[in-house]
Design a protein around this ligand. Structure first.
Ligand code: Z2T
Length: 836
């Protein structure tokens, strides 16, 4: 290969290598303090030290990133693209140092410069560009793709504001504040002002009517998408992948036509509206609202990403029909479904392909993952809105629907019901486009995220499609989590104990998590159990210290830690948990002092955000906060039961909570939680699971054994029937579940203040009870009692904890991403030679 520019020797002499020793790390740190930050030792605070450390780590990531991207370009393999509206990354510095294998050296380096790594790490703000599990899953998958050296890029949006900051008012109400995460500069992104694409909205689409099926889409608003690249380092490999986030900006600073007309106000307004597209993450996790700006986000992001992917493909010089041999595009839920009609538009209107050829390409390129079967979460867009914002896409969707329904009609003649069930268009006022149907028929494969969920997808929401297209198009990829962040990073002592015990370098078992099984025999080793338990205890102390310094509250550490942390939602049944806590409180109150002294001390933690417009979920938070206020102050019980609602749940808070947990709760109504992923994180850290027979809980129990999990509640097949009974044969709650009726009454009577406030929440249980609290409460309380009993046998409990961790190998996101790579995308690892 010929050297592209100037004197190769001069280039090589100037090329930066990796920092691998402490002196070169401290040197780049000091250089950044001096030049990038324009500061000195005299005026460098912890924030400045964080920035210098981050810039130094970033330099190392960039060395690897450049090598990786050049290697991909040279080898030109098939690539996969993960399109997700959410990437819940959390903090980057610690993870980057660990993945580079340089953490120890940085610890030593910053110490020599007068800083502590803990203080530095605390300065970083979370990148919270996601709502919950779906966004965190995307982040884990990026970590695993890079770690497995797979050519995978992520595509998302660079929101100016991530998920809102949650504040809790003195009355216990959730308040939302914006999350200005970019205010302190973000060292982890590279603005690529040279990489930008135009994206059109509105205007009109005129059919050419020349038999080609083409249209001319013109006019309207044009905005620019500008790329920001985020480096994704693999663990113990130089492979460093890319996450490309788009920012919107006006194509021109002002609208020339308006300017000429002298309408300055309007010109400025239109530039504002371009910037608005990527201003904020929508904070709804399980509802679709049909907001125009959200539709614009979805199209803006898919159109920019596709232009970028197509441009990269075209650089290979291959015919467009080979596109699916070089690009697999994974749709993370239906949010990027507009990519399907958009690729059709590009292929037909710009590339001049016929409909059949274009559809062939499209249906070999896309893969769709469904993340929920809850009806209110299934995206539907009003036809008039799409017609207005994306007129050409509405034509294409109608055309896709026409061909599709013709094929259905052919296979199932004279079945009008079936046609209307399967149509991409739902009749009504207004008509709506069913995005899950479009994603399904436009994709090569469709998968759910745990065995039970994938079965439900195939037997409920996409049943007709399984009958029409055949079952082989449908599959399951059980979710996973990255053991780097969710064990090594968040629980370094446990990680070190595991390495010592297995006599394996962590580089080995963190990349082959099934190696954890080697811990099983040590469950019988008393000394090992003592070390195991001591680490759990120190993690409780770390959490208690965190609560003390951030909230000024004193949490006792000589108690069982019981944790439920996730988005607030009726289907996740935080309400069941808090009503159970109240039941426990009432039971303790009724005991004598001697009886109480024999009970298990318990500290219950809740954390999670409610969607800002979700009234019942917010009321649940209010109840939790007020129950905590009362019971933590009750001298009769406060030594035995404490309750905390920790505000502003985040990835970073999870990293402190999860390693400290003895038991965690995953108690969704059976059939409603697609998978859950925090269940995996708790179990990996030796916390036991209290849960329903739902989502990935089932597969966790399969792995660790039913004797190591606490299951309760009705099973999925019973749910439909129970709901039917609630509607048509209601039994008064006093009869059906007296213990629960009593708890509700105490709340109503004002035991936790202003009783009347909670009536709307309590009435969801008393009447209708869609999420089956009255059906599951008694078995829930029984399961809690079993947990107490098991915990009193300390040695046996520690054994359960060890056995649980030991059997979590399946839930590494490396396993999950390799399933996607091999069974869906058909891509291979592309190793890169280590940079010197
Ligand atoms: C989300 O986090 C999940 C599903 C959604 O459906 C939306 C959001 Cl924001 C549209 C979660 C599931 O609830 C959870 O069970 C699953 O583990 C997670 O996605 C990742 O698949």
């Amino acid at each position: 290969e010929q050297w592209p520019k100037g004197d190769e020797k001069v280039w090589r002499a100037g090329t930066r290598g990796l920092d691998t020793d402490v002196p070169s790390i401290t040197k780049t740190f000091v250089n950044h303090v001096q030049t990038s930050l324009a500061r000195q030792a005299y005026n460098l605070d912890n924030l400045g030290a964080y920035q210098a450390a981050a810039l130094s780590v970033r330099d190392n990531l960039l060395v690897n990133w450049n090598e990786t991207q050049m290697n991909y370009t040279r080898k030109a393999p098939k690539r996969a693209y993960y399109l997700s509206l959410e990437f819940l990354m959390g903090r980057t510095l610690d993870n980057a140092m660990l993945n580079l294998g340089l953490k120890d050296k940085y610890v030593e380096g910053v110490k020599k410069l007068g800083f502590s790594i803990e203080d530095i790490l605390e300065q970083e703000r979370d990148a919270a560009l996601g709502n919950g599990g779906l966004g965190r899953l995307a982040a884990c998958y990026l970590d695993s793709s890079a770690s497995q050296e797979l050519p995978v890029w992520g595509y998302g949006l660079r929101y100016k504001y991530g998920i809102f900051q949650q504040l809790i008012s003195p009355e216990g109400n959730q308040l939302e504040a914006p999350d200005p995460w970019l205010d302190n500069q973000n060292p982890w992104e590279l603005p690529r002002l040279d990489v930008s694409y135009e994206v059109r909205f509105y205007g009109s689409a005129d059919r050419l009517n020349d038999g080609s099926g083409r249209s001319n889409w013109h006019g309207g608003q044009e905005v620019l998408a500008v790329a920001y690249d985020v480096m994704i380092p693999g663990y113990n490999t130089p492979t460093t992948n890319n996450l490309r986030l788009w920012e919107s900006k006006p194509k021109r600073g002002f609208d020339l036509n308006s300017f000429n007309a002298g309408d300055y106000e309007h010109a400025v307004e239109s530039s504002n509206s371009a910037a608005a597209i990527t201003s904020v993450l929508y904070p709804n996790d399980h509802t679709s609202f049909g907001k125009e700006l959200r539709l614009k986000q979805q199209y803006f992001w898919t159109a920019a990403s596709l232009q970028d992917i197509i441009r990269r493909f075209k650089n290979l010089g291959k015919p467009i029909t080979e596109f699916p041999d070089y690009a697999a595009i994974q749709l993370n839920d239906t949010h990027p479904t507009l990519a399907i009609p958009e690729l059709m538009r590009v292929l037909i209107d710009d590339e001049d392909l016929d409909w059949g050829t274009a559809w062939q390409i499209v249906t070999n390129t896309f893969f769709y993952t469904n993340h929920t079967v809850l009806p209110e979460a299934l995206e539907k867009w009003p036809v008039p809105l799409i017609e207005h914002v994306l007129p050409r896409h509405m034509q294409i969707i109608y055309d896709i629907n026409l061909f599709f329904l013709q094929a259905v009609e052919k296979k199932f003649p004279d079945d009008r019901d079936r046609l209307s069930r399967m149509s991409l268009i739902e009749e009504g006022q207004p008509k709506q486009v069913r995005m899950a149907h479009l994603a399904c028929i436009g994709s090569r494969k469709v998968n759910g995220v745990a065995e039970l969920h994938s079965d439900l997808v195939q037997t409920t929401i996409l049943k007709d499609f399984v009958e029409f297209e055949g079952v082989s198009k449908f599959g399951n990829v059980t979710n996973g989590i990255t053991p780097r962040r969710w064990l090594d990073q968040c629980n370094p002592e446990l990680s070190a104990l595991i390495s010592k015990t297995l006599k394996l370098d962590k580089n080995v078992w963190l990349k082959d998590l099934t190696k954890l099984e080697g811990l099983l025999p040590f469950a019988e080793d008393k000394k090992f159990r003592t070390e195991w338990a001591a680490i759990k205890q120190r993690n409780k102390e770390r959490l208690a210290h965190h609560v003390q310094t951030t909230l000024g509250l004193t949490v006792r550490t000589d108690a069982m830690y019981d944790v439920q942390i996730k988005r607030l939602h009726e289907y996740k049944r935080q309400t069941l948990n808090i009503l159970g806590v109240i039941h426990r409180y009432l039971t303790l109150k009724a005991m004598t002092t001697a009886e109480r002294a024999k009970t298990n001390r318990r500290v219950v933690f809740f954390a999670g955000k409610a969607a800002p417009a979700y009234y019942i979920a917010k009321l649940t938070i209010r109840l939790i906060v007020n129950v905590a206020r009362v019971i933590n102050a009750d001298p009769d019980t406060k030594d035995f039961l404490q309750l905390y609602f920790l505000p502003d749940y985040s990835v970073s808070l999870a990293e402190v909570l999860i390693p400290a947990s003895d038991i965690s709760q995953h108690i969704s109504t059976a059939g409603t939680e697609a998978s859950g992923t925090s269940n995996m994180k708790f179990c990996l850290n030796g916390g036991l699971l209290l849960g329903t027979v739902d989502g990935a809980n089932i597969e966790i129990a399969e792995e660790v054994g039913e004797s190591n999990v606490f299951f309760f509640g009705h099973l999925t097949p019973a749910v439909e029937d129970l709901r039917h009974q609630h509607l048509y044969h209601p039994v008064p709650i006093e009869e059906k579940c007296p213990a629960l009726a009593n708890v509700l009454n105490e709340v109503s009577k004002g035991l936790f203040g202003d009783g009347g406030v909670y009536e709307p929440l309590l009435n969801t249980v008393r009447h209708g009870d869609y999420y089956l609290l009255t059906d599951d409460f008694d078995s829930y309380i029984a399961a809690l009692a079993m947990v107490d009993e098991a915990y009193l046998d300390t040695e046996e409990w520690i054994k359960k904890s060890i056995r649980t961790t030991a059997k979590m190998g399946k839930f590494s996101s490396d396993r999950a991403i390799l399933e996607y790579a091999e069974s869906y995308w058909n891509i291979e690892a592309i190793p890169v030679a280590a940079a010197k």
